[in-house]
Design a protein around this ligand. Sequence first.
Ligand code: BDR
Ligand code: CA
Length: 307
Amino acid sequence: MRLIIDTDPGIDDALALLYLAAQPGVEIAAVGSVHGNAPAPRTAANARRVLDEAGLRDVPVAVGAHRPLAQPLRTSEFVHGDDGLGGEGGDVDVTRGESAAEQLVRLARANPGRFTLLALGPLTNVALALLLEPDLPDLLDAVVVMGGAIRVPGNRTAHAEANVHLDPEAADLVLGAGFRLTLVGLDVTEAVRVDSAWIDALNASPAPVARFSAAALRYYVDFYTKALGYRTFTPHDPLAAAILLDPTLATYDHLAVGVELTGTHTRGRTVADLRGNRAEGTGHRIAVARTVDTARFHSGLLAALTR
Ligand code: BDR
Ligand code: CA
């Protein structure tokens, strides 16, 4: 499987990259950074740092969109630390060349139907790529997006999940564009929070990738532990990566999903018509993950990070 990854590392993004790097049969062809958990140059540096840690020094990282399409830049250092990587980001230089959107379009045009896109941050780069290349949905094999909340509350606001909240216009464009798309939202990511024993098992591993993951995770675990009152974290982006690799991990609804762009209280809410998967429903349908085999996901993630 050949992947292009659009990402805003981000501690859980970093775990997703490390998880994928450990999978036989997966080729990470290119990575694009996007604003989100930290500004885009910082998330590019973090992506570089994580790929180097995984031994993937040849995988290119393109710096992506510096701000959302139609609202001011907001970032999430309060969840991921000042450097976006729990203090493990380090001082890494990423040379500016083509943008992440340009890289995505170039690779997709040169290899029609060969790449799967995994999008783990706000969807600004993917929206920009669609503006550059309207046939992008036919040029990619599939797209898996971590984002949204269909039947559950948001996390960044009462209604909006963070990746959608940080660029609602981009998300609306991408979800309706006609991609063969799987949406992995809070409905499933919040159902697979790890427990204290899982964190202890990771911390106990001497494997270099586990050491790095455990160090970056400290900040993230503290954030979730304070917010929820028990020791845990939510592996949002690793779950999207795992479902991409093995779609049988989840069950799905097939729904047309739009994004609320004007609501005073609900801007950034992902909205689907849930009245029974009607055949006559309007809009492009996507696969929305509804339930997950949590035990299988937890053991696969731990195995990959402690290898
Ligand atoms: C998403 O927001 C980010 O903070 C995480 O990296 C994840 O992609 C979860 O809402
Ligand atoms: Ca992310």
